[in-house]
Design a binder for this molecule. Structure first.
Ligand code: PEP
Ligand code: MG
Length: 576
C-alpha cells in the first residue's frame, strides 16, 4: 500500500520510521456444542492456550523488570498465578466436558462469572482483582484461539503506532522511548491521546478515519504531525525531503530555546506568566527545560490511572512533593483528580453512562465519594510545606460546590493541625472555568476562590455542544467561536474586577493566533504543553500590549471563527 492520508494535527513534529499496528482482532466464539469425540481436543487447546498466555506474561514480566524495575514487574507474577488458578481450570474443563462448550466459549463464561462476582463485592481490592481477571481472561482467550493480542508493551524498537483509538490505559504502561509517533483513526485535537502526545513531545495525528487496515506492520511511514499528514511507503525522494524538513524544524526550535531565560513581556511592559501543563512528576524536567515559570496544571488523574489500585496518601504526597521541590518555589497548581469522561479507572466502579462527559465526572465524583478527595487533599496539603502549591478543582458549575469543597478542605487542614503536620496555611485555591455555567457566573464564583484557570478544551466542547474527541464533528469544534471568546473575555474581566487573576490551561493557551488575542484580553497566565512555551514567548515579546488590546476588542465583534482566525493570521504574518 502506498499513499497519503490526512488527519488532525494533534502535536507537532515529524517522524520517519516503521509502522506498528495496534489491532485487537475480534474472536468468533461459536455457540455450537462440540461433539463428544472433540472433548479431549478442546481441553488440550485450552491447556496449549494457557501455556502460550503464560509464556507471554513471563516475557512481559522480564521486559517490565528491565524498563520499570523489579517492584513494578511483580504485577505479572500475580497475573500468572490467576492464569494458572485451579478453580478456573476446573470450571473451564467442566463446561467443555459436561456442557460441550468450545474452549473459547468455556473460558469466556468462566471469566465473566468470576469478574461479575468480584465486581459486585463492595471492596476496592476485589474490584481491582476483577479488572486483572478480565485482562488475563482476554489474554487466555486470544492465546487459545491462537490470535495475536498486540499491546504497546510489545514494541521492541522505535516505531510509529497506528490504532483505531488509544485510551489512556493503553498508553499508561508503554515504554515512551519506543514510540516515534501516534496515528489514531478517532479523536480530536484535545482528546487525551493528543494531550499525552504533546506532553511527551511525540508527533501525533488523530481522527484520520479508516487507516489501520490500510497499513501493514513494518511498512515505512512518514508522519508530518504539524501538517496532519501521513505517507505510507514513501519514495526515497520523499524521505530525503522530510529529513530536510526535520532538520529545519530542529533549527527553529534551537532559535526559540534562546528565549528560555527571558521574561514573557510585551515591548510596552505587560508581563504575563508562561507555565507548563504536566501529567506526572516525571515531566518537571521537561517543563523547566522549556523555561516554564510554574506548573499551571498538574493533571493528577494519571497518578490514579497508572496503578491497579488507588494511590495511597503517601504515594500521592511523594509525587506532589517531588514536583513542588523540583520547581523550587515556583507555583505548582495541582488539579484534583479529573476522572470520568474518557478517563476510566478499572478499580472504581463507574457505572455505564449514556453521556460520560456530562456525567459522573471530576468534582462530582469526588463530592459523592469524599474519601478519595480527603486522601488527595491531605497529600496535597502535606506537600505544600515543600514549595508553592495551589489547589484547583475541575468541572465546577456552582458556588455551592466550592463551598462544599472548602468545607472538606478545612476539615482536612484541621486533621493535619491535630496531627502536628506542617502545611501552607495560606494555600491558594482556584477553579477551572470549563463549563459555560461557571463562565457565566464568574462574578459570583471569584468571591469564593483566589484564581481561575480557563479549560478551553472542555469549555469549547460544552459551549458549542461538540464532543471534543469526535472526529466527525471536528470541524465544529471551534475554540475561536465568538461564543467561546466572549465567555473567556468575561471571565478574565470578572476576576480582574475582583482584584484576582485568571490563567488558561486548555490547549488554546499554547496556540500562536490565540496568544495575541488572549494577551490582549488581559489573560495573566498561560499554561501549555512545555514545548509550546518558546513560540508563545516569542509572540508576546514582539507585541505591544496596547495593540493587542485593540485587536482583542476588534475580534470580539466578529461574527464567526473563520473571520477571527483570518484577522489573527493577518497580524501573525507580520511576526514571521
Ligand atoms: C480543559 O478542559 O481545557 C482542561 C485543561 O482539562 P482536561 O483537558 O484535562 O479536561
Ligand atoms: Mg477539562
Amino acid at each position: 500500500m502506498f499513499g497519503k492520508f490526512k488527519g488532525i494535527s494533534a502535536s507537532q513534529g515529524i517522524a520517519i520510521g516503521r509502522a506498528f499496528i495496534l489491532k485487537h482482532e475480534k474472536i468468533c466464539i461459536s455457540d455450537e456444542v462440540i461433539s463428544e469425540i472433540n472433548i479431549g481436543k478442546e481441553i488440550e487447546r485450552f491447556y496449549k492456550g494457557r501455556e502460550r498466555a503464560e509464556f507471554q506474561l513471563q516475557e512481559l514480566r522480564q521486559k517490565a523488570e528491565i524498563s520499570l524495575g523489579k517492584n513494578n514487574a511483580e504485577i505479572f507474577e500475580g497475573h500468572i498465578e490467576i492464569l494458572l488458578d485451579n478453580s478456573i481450570e476446573d470450571d473451564v474443563k467442566s463446561l467443555i466436558e459436561n456442557r460441550r462448550f468450545s474452549a473459547e466459549k468455556a473460558i469466556k463464561q468462566v471469566i465473566n462469572e468470576n469478574v461479575t462476582v468480584m465486581e459486585d463485592l463492595d471492596n476496592p481490592y476485589m474490584r481491582e482483582r476483577a479488572a486483572d481477571i478480565k485482562d488475563i481472561g482476554q489474554r487466555l482467550l486470544y492465546a487459545t484461539a491462537n490470535v495475536e493480542l498486540t499491546s504497546l508493551a510489545d514494541l521492541n524498537e522505535k516505531m510509529v503506532v497506528f490504532a483505531a483509538d488509544l485510551t489512556p490505559s493503553d498508553t499508561a504502561q508503554m515504554d515512551k522511548s519506543k514510540i516515534l509517533g501516534f496515528i489514531t483513526e478517532t479523536g480530536g485535537v484535545t482528546s487525551h491521546v493528543a494531550i499525552m502526545a504533546q506532553s511527551m513531545e511525540i508527533p501525533a495525528v488523530v481522527g484520520t478515519g479508516r487507516i489501520v487496515d490500510q497499513v501493514k506492520n513494518s511498512d515505512m511511514v512518514i508522519l508530518d504531525a504539524s501538517m496532519g499528514e501521513i505517507i505510507i511507503n514513501p519514495t526515497d525522494e520523499q524521505i530525503t525531503e522530510y529529513k530536510d524538513k526535520m532538520h529545519l524544524l530542529e533549527l527553529s526550535l534551537l532559535e526559540l530555546a534562546k528565549l528560555k531565560n527571558l521574561p514573557a513581556e510585551t515591548i510596552d511592559g505587560r508581563r504575563v506568566e508562561l507555565c507548563a501543563n504536566i501529567g506526572s512528576d516525571q515531566e518537571v524536567d521537561n517543563a523547566l527545560k522549556h523555561g516554564a515559570e510554574g506548573i499551571g496544571l498538574y493533571r493528577t488523574e494519571f497518578l490514579f490511572m497508572d496503578k491497579p489500585q488507588m494511590p495511597t496518601e503517601e504515594e500521592q504526597f511523594r509525587a506532589y512533593r517531588k514536583v513542588a521541590e523540583e520547581m523550587t518555589g515556583k507555583a505548582v497548581i495541582i488539579r484534583t483528580m479529573d476522572i470520568g469522561g474518557d478517563k476510566d479507572l478499572s478499580y472504581l466502579k463507574i457505572p455505564f453512562e449514556q453521556n460520560p462527559f456530562l456525567g459522573w465526572r471530576a468534582i462530582r465524583m469526588c463530592l459523592d465519594s469524599p474519601d478519595i478527595l480527603y486522601v488527595q487533599l491531605r497529600a496535597i496539603l502535606r506537600a505544600s510545606h515543600y514549595g508553592k502549591i495551589r489547589i484547583m478543582y475541575p468541572m465546577i458549575i456552582s458556588v455551592s460546590e466550592i463551598r462544599a469543597l472548602n468545607e472538606i478542605l478545612n476539615n482536612v487542614k484541621q486533621t493535619l493541625r491535630d496531627d502536628g503536620i506542617p502545611f501552607d496555611e495560606n494555600i491558594a485555591t482556584g477553579i477551572m472555568i470549563e463549563t459555560p455555567a461557571s463562565a457565566i457566573i464568574a462574578k459570583q464564583l471569584i468571591k469564593e476562590v483566589d484564581f481561575f484557570s480557563i479549560g478551553t478544551n472542555d469549555l469549547t466542547q460544552y459551549t458549542l455542544a461538540v464532543d471534543r474527541g469526535n472526529e466527525r464533528i471536528a470541524k465544529l469544534y471551534q475554540p475561536f467561536h465568538p461564543a467561546v471568546l466572549s465567555l473567556i473575555s468575561q471571565v478574565i474581566q470578572a476576576s480582574h474586577e475582583a482584584g484576582k487573576w485568571t490563567g488558561m490551561c486548555g490547549e488554546l493557551a499554547g496556540n500562536e493566533q490565540a496568544a495575541l488575542l488572549l494577551a490582549g484580553m488581559g489573560l495573566d497566565e498561560f499554561s501549555m504543553t512545555p514545548s509550546s512555551i518558546g513560540k508563545i514567548k516569542k509572540i508576546i515579546r514582539m507585541s505591544r500590549y496596547s495593540d493587542l488590546t485593540a485587536l482583542s476588542e476588534k475580534v470580539l465583534d466578529l461574527s464567526n471563527s473563520e473571520e477571527v482566525i483570518a484577522v489573527l493570521n493577518d497580524v501573525l504574518k507580520k511576526y514571521r
